[in-house]
Structures are given as structure tokens and as C-alpha cells.
Design a protein around this ligand. Structure first.
Ligand SMILES: Cc1ncc(COP(=O)(O)O)c(C=O)c1O
Length: 383
């Protein structure tokens, strides 16, 4: 396995043409694609152009290889991975499939992106209460989550990394408290997966959902759902279609026996071109090594914070070792965040404003020069 120092990060950078045009620090929004990703998608498109589905079996083989690669990335078996169109679809599947009884409740936080809010609020029609735990200064306090739970709590649904603050929840601790209470543990992983290491079993996760277009550095509209074997038997999937059943190709035998793996949630045709792109990205992560990538992105975020602080910026993201992430939010004392973002954008720096702060979200191919350009641009704003 590579260590952070054995990877040539300048070589990694050459795969990302975006660096020739922008300092790209919005991976928590929509990420640019690497040449390995666009190359794989182009090759798939070319084959579709020339051969249509004449050799569809080779596409099916590739889909299964990518499923296996995604499994390796999250520490799971391929059978526990389903391809979905986005994070929200995965969270809807979790919310709708849990075997609720009227009067049950689920716990979320008030830092969640709406993808992880509406599927739960929508359960009100089934008499399921959603309890929204407030964050304290951008941090989620575990005791506050516990205090919101009672014997009718059936699920905790939370982001791995909170999109507006970059706060990283401790999934091992949360997974343990869910296991102790027999609660489903549902994780929106889109703001971490690809940049940070994931071991689903170690964290006791029942459902994990992410789309490809953020830290996975893949295309939009092609994501994954991890769903472990243990709760599958009890689940009541609602997105049942021709792809969900044991004999999907036996078209006129209508046998509603569901597959026993996560692909039961793939109700119909998949985004084959997207899967080629996502697969190229994930296989590159695996080749570089998730531990090396995590060390790289966290090291870069420390460096960025150091430089921002030296430039007089107020860091609003938690920088505690276990709570930091590749998302760094800051403010300047005298300039509103929207204005800072506008000026950074004019200087070629792509970033966002979230939760009243400027959000910089980096990935492994960013480097110190990128950050120096940010600092230089900030120095002209403060003048
Ligand atoms: C935490 C989080 N979840 C989900 C999403 C997007 O969900 P989807 O992949 O369904 O578009 C975002 C997008 O910003 C997000 O920040």
C-alpha cells in the first residue's frame, strides 16, 4: 500500500486539466473530471456509437467489476453495493424500506443537506416523527443525538461530513450507539467518500449513500448505495421493478422473488456510461491507496488553514483532529462572504458560500501553489 510520501502528487495533478484554468476548490459542490474518467466514458460512448449493445455482456462484466471496486473502497462485498442515480435515491430507499411502526421516530440534525431531510420528513404521512437535533457552533454533539432518542427511535440518519461546515462526524461512535439500541444507521457519505477512508462494517453502517460528483471525482447522476446483509431480510423495498427480481431476464415469467443482494434496489436499467467513469475514478483511488489519499487531503487542509490564519482569516470549521475534513470554511472580519467569493472567483478561484462562510473544499491534486493564489487574492481584497 502506498504511503502519502510514495505517491507523486504532481503526477496525479496532470490528470486534472481543470488546473490549467482554475484553482478548483469546490469539490463539495461539483468536482471536475480527470482524464482517466472522461477517457473511460468516451471509450464507452464510442463503443455504443459503433456497436450499440451488440456486446452488452462486456458492459455487464464492467458493471460488476466497478461494483467490486466500490465494495473495496467502502470495505464491503460487491453484493452489498447497488448503483443508483444519486445520494437522495439511496436515502429515500433507506427511509421507505425500514420496517416502521406508526409512532416510531428517526433522528437527523439541522446541518443536513436537504437530501437527508425530506425523505425523513415525508414519512410523516406514515406517522413517523423526524427529530431534528440542533448543531452547536457547527458541531454535532453525540450526547444531543442520544438525548433525542427513545425506545421508538428506529433510525439515525446523518452526513459523514457536514456540507456547510466541514464537520466530520465520528461514525464509529455513532455506529456503536445505534448498534446498542438496535437502530438503523444511515449515512450520507457524499462529502467524504473518495477523500477519506471508509470501513462500513467498522462503523456499523446499515445504509450508506453517495453520488459520484463530489469527492468521488466521478460524473453526476451515478452513485451508490451500500446496504449490508443483516437488515435486508427485514426491509420492505418500495422501488421494486424488473431489475429487482431473481430472474430479471426471464421477461414473461412474472416471479416477484426479490434478489437477496443490494442489486434488488436497482429497479431498472443503469447509467452504464456513468458507471464506466465512476469505475475509472474509484480504481485510481484504490491504486493510489485510500490511506495515502486521506493523509494527503487532511495534510493539505492543515496547510490551507495555516495559510488562511496567517492571512488573518477566521476559520469557522472545526480543526480538531477527528473532526476536520477537506472542507475548510472561513470569514474575513470586514468583507461579507458573498463578496469574498465574488472576488476569489474573479481571481480564478472556484469556491462556494455555505452557512454564512466561504467554503473551500480541496482534493488530492490541489497543491500549495493553489493555496498561495487564494492567499494572494485575499490580500488584494483586504487592501
Ligand atoms: C451532504 C449532501 N448530500 C447530498 C447532496 C446531493 O444529493 P444528490 O446526490 O442526491 O444530488 C449534497 C449536495 O450538495 C450534499 O452536500
Amino acid at each position: 500500500m502506498n504511503s502519502v510520501s510514495s505517491v507523486d502528487w504532481s503526477l496525479v495533478r496532470t490528470r486534472f486539466p481543470v488546473v490549467q484554468r482554475h484553482v478548483y476548490l469546490n469539490h463539495a459542490g461539483v468536482s471536475p473530471l480527470g482524464t482517466h474518467v472522461t477517457g473511460a466514458m468516451r471509450a464507452a460512448l464510442h463503443r455504443l456509437e459503433c456497436d450499440g449493445a451488440a456486446d452488452y455482456r462486456s458492459f455487464v462484466r464492467r458493471i460488476e467489476e466497478v461494483r467490486e471496486a466500490l465494495g473495496r473502497l467502502v470495505g464491503a462485498a460487491a453484493r452489498d453495493i447497488a448503483f443508483l442515480k444519486n445520494t437522495t435515491q439511496g436515502l429515500i430507499i433507506a427511509a421507505e424500506s425500514i420496517p416502521w411502526q406508526a409512532g416510531d421516530n428517526c433522528v437527523i440534525t439541522d446541518l443536513e443537506f436537504p437530501a437527508n431531510v425530506y425523505p425523513w420528513l415525508h414519512l410523516k404521512r406514515r406517522d413517523i416523527e423526524t427529530r431534528i437535533v440542533p448543531a452547536v457552533e457547527g458541531r454535532i454533539i453525540v450526547d444531543d443525538l442520544v438525548a433525542a432518542m427513545d425506545r421508538r427511535t428506529r433510525a439515525l440518519a446523518i452526513s459523514w461530513v457536514e456540507f456547510s461546515t466541514g464537520f466530520r462526524n465520528n461514525l464509529e461512535i455513532l455506529g456503536q450507539l445505534c448498534a446498542e439500541r438496535g437502530i438503523f444507521f444511515v449515512v450520507d457519505a457524499i462529502q467524504g467518500l473518495g477523500a477519506l477512508q471508509m470501513k462500513v462494517a467498522q462503523c456499523g453502517i446499515d445504509f450508506l449513500a453517495a453520488d459520484g460528483h463530489k469527492f468521488l471525482l466521478g460524473p453526476e447522476g451515478c452513485g451508490l448505495l451500500y446496504c449490508t446483509d443483516s437488515p435486508k431480510a427485514d426491509l420492505r423495498p418500495t422501488n421494486v421493478g424488473w431489475g429487482s427480481v431473481v430472474n430479471p431476464d426471464d421477461y414473461l415469467t412474472y416471479d416477484l422473488t426479490l434478489k437477496d443482494d443490494a442489486s434488488r434496489f436497482e429497479e431498472g436499467s443503469l447509467n452504464v456510461v456513468g458507471i464506466h467513469g465512476l469505475g475509472a475514478s474509484v480504481e485510481y483511488f484504490l491504486q493510489l491507496g485510500p490511506p495515502a489519499i486521506e493523509e494527503r487531503v487532511l495534510g493539505l487542509s492543515d496547510l490551507l488553514v495555516e495559510k488562511l490564519q496567517a492571512a488573518g482569516a477566521l476559520i469557522t470549521s472545526s480543526r480538531a483532529t477527528e473532526e476536520r475534513s477537506p472542507i475548510v470554511c472561513f470569514n474575513l472580519a470586514s468583507v461579507p462572504p458573498d463578496e469574498v467569493q465574488r472576488r476569489l472567483r474573479a481571481a480564478g478561484i472556484v469556491c462556494a458560500v455555505r452557512g454564512g462562510a466561504v467554503r473551500l473544499s480541496l482534493h488530492m491534486y490541489n497543491n500549495e501553489d493553489d493555496f498561495d493564489r487564494v492567499i494572494h487574492a485575499l490580500s488584494t481584497i483586504a487592501d
